[in-house]
Design a protein around this ligand. Structure first.
Ligand SMILES: [Zn+2]
Length: 416
């Protein structure tokens, strides 16, 4: 391809004869390279290439049927019609060929209502597909003009639908565009809110039930946290929380000797006390003495969900403000999921892997304390002490190790 352009070209005639390839229309990248590489030529020559390029490559054939006015839409377009248009655009990439589109310029004073937005498919998107962009009846009727954020515009007085570029009507009538844009956004918000509620409201009874079941487990996790954070320092004579709180890591004490040279130039050995990493410990938050109970936070979120424990039929009877308020309450579901994750993390302190780490560390020669921590085989007693033969028992209530029920995935916003 690169060989087609052979500078320097001596005159315009030579350029016209030799340099515009027969495949011009189907080779936009070639045309771009061609225009770019002409930059050393005279301005007149560049203009020639540019104009010729646009006319040959970019002109779109608009069938008479597209230009024909189609006053078929006296009523507000339905969601089904909007869906049909979007599907057609996605399928073909040619909004101007949709059966109901009228490819004529709207009047300046025409009343306009936006009913939807569309992007051309990937095959028609971006700079590299410029020749396949859509023309626009408002401003560029025969040349590629846009590929995304196109608008489905309904003209109620003319009973027409035009598929136009993003801000095209703004250039014709800024006030009319602004008003239509605001109405469209408000309508979108209303529809999305309603859809979100209808999609999620049915989940609420089960969410509340699951959260209440988890609450029994979480109350026991809170209780064990209170007991352990208070008693462990006393039982082993060591503040394990202070030891792990900064980095979640169990450490061993090491003593090193280092060579130092003093100001007089004399070398001497000094002893340095230091820690070395033993291993991470999961769920160290179990020992956090001032942690706020998780259960009361869960209860608060359950209370927020109770007022929206109603059936989908009721959504119809709500006004837009009530729907918006109801949607906000769904935030509780994600907060609950976070609280359950927190409880899960905290009780990992008593998981087999954490107990294994604690006991290994608690026996290590250089550990800052002795520690033994074990579970009875029936999982109802925790044994804690400096060694396995000097332990104190702490009783679990049932439920501590029960499985926490998961929360369903809830869309993050009404637009998802
Ligand atoms: Zn336009």
């Amino acid at each position: 391809m690169a060989t087609i352009w052979q500078p320097p070209v001596r005159n315009t005639i030579a350029l016209r004869r030799n340099c515009i390839p027969a495949t011009w229309d189907s080779a936009p990248e070639l045309r771009n390279a061609f225009v770019l590489s002409s930059s050393s030529e005279s301005a007149a020559l560049k203009l020639f290439i540019f104009q010729r390029g646009v006319r040959l490559a970019d002109e779109i054939e608009i069938p008479e049927s597209a230009r024909e006015p189609k006053p078929w839409f006296p009523d507000e377009p339905t969601d089904e019609l909007v869906a049909e248009i979007k599907a057609f655009v996605k399928e073909t990439g040619t909004p101007y060929l949709w059966r109901g589109h009228t490819h004529t310029k709207p009047e300046k004073g025409a009343l306009i209502r936006y009913k939807g937005e569309f992007d051309l498919p990937a095959s028609h998107s971006g700079q590299k597909n410029r020749v396949r962009w859509s023309p626009c009846p408002c401003c560029k009727q025969r040349t590629p003009w846009f590929y995304k954020d196109g608008k489905i515009a309904w003209f109620p007085e003319d009973r027409l639908i035009r598929l136009i570029g993003p801000d095209c009507f703004k250039a014709i009538n800024a006030q009319g565009h602004k008003e239509a844009e605001e109405l469209f956004r408000a309508e979108q918000e209303r529809k999305n809110t309603e859809r979100f509620l209808l999609n999620h409201i049915g989940l609420v009874p089960e969410i509340i039930r699951a959260a209440e079941q988890n609450l029994t487990i979480i109350k026991e996790v809170d209780r064990m946290r209170a007991v352990l954070s208070l008693n462990l320092p006393r039982l082993i004579g060591f503040d394990l929380w202070q030891h792990i709180r900064a980095d979640g890591v169990l450490k061993l004490e090491v003593t090193r000797t280092e060579q130092r040279v003093d100001r007089g130039g004399n070398a001497r050995e000094i002893t340095v006390q230091d820690f070395e990493r033993y291993g991470p410990i999961q769920g160290g938050e179990m020992l956090h003495p001032d942690a706020p109970p998780i259960a009361s936070r869960v209860e608060k979120q359950i209370e927020l969900l109770k007022p929206i424990n109603f059936s989908a039929f009721y959504v119809d009877r709500m006004n837009p403000d009530e729907r918006r308020v109801a949607v906000k309450r769904f935030k509780a579901v994600r907060i609950l999921a976070d609280l359950f994750a927190e409880a899960e993390m905290v009780r990992r302190f008593l998981s087999p892997i954490s107990l294994g780490s604690l006991n290994g560390w608690g026996k290590a020669e250089n550990a800052p304390t002795r520690l033994y921590i074990g579970l009875s085989s029936d999982l109802i007693q925790l044994e804690i002490g400096k060694t396995s033969d000097s332990t104190t028992s702490i009783a679990f209530r049932p439920h501590f190790f029960d499985t926490l029920r998961a929360m369903p995935d809830i869309a993050k916003s009404i637009n998802d």
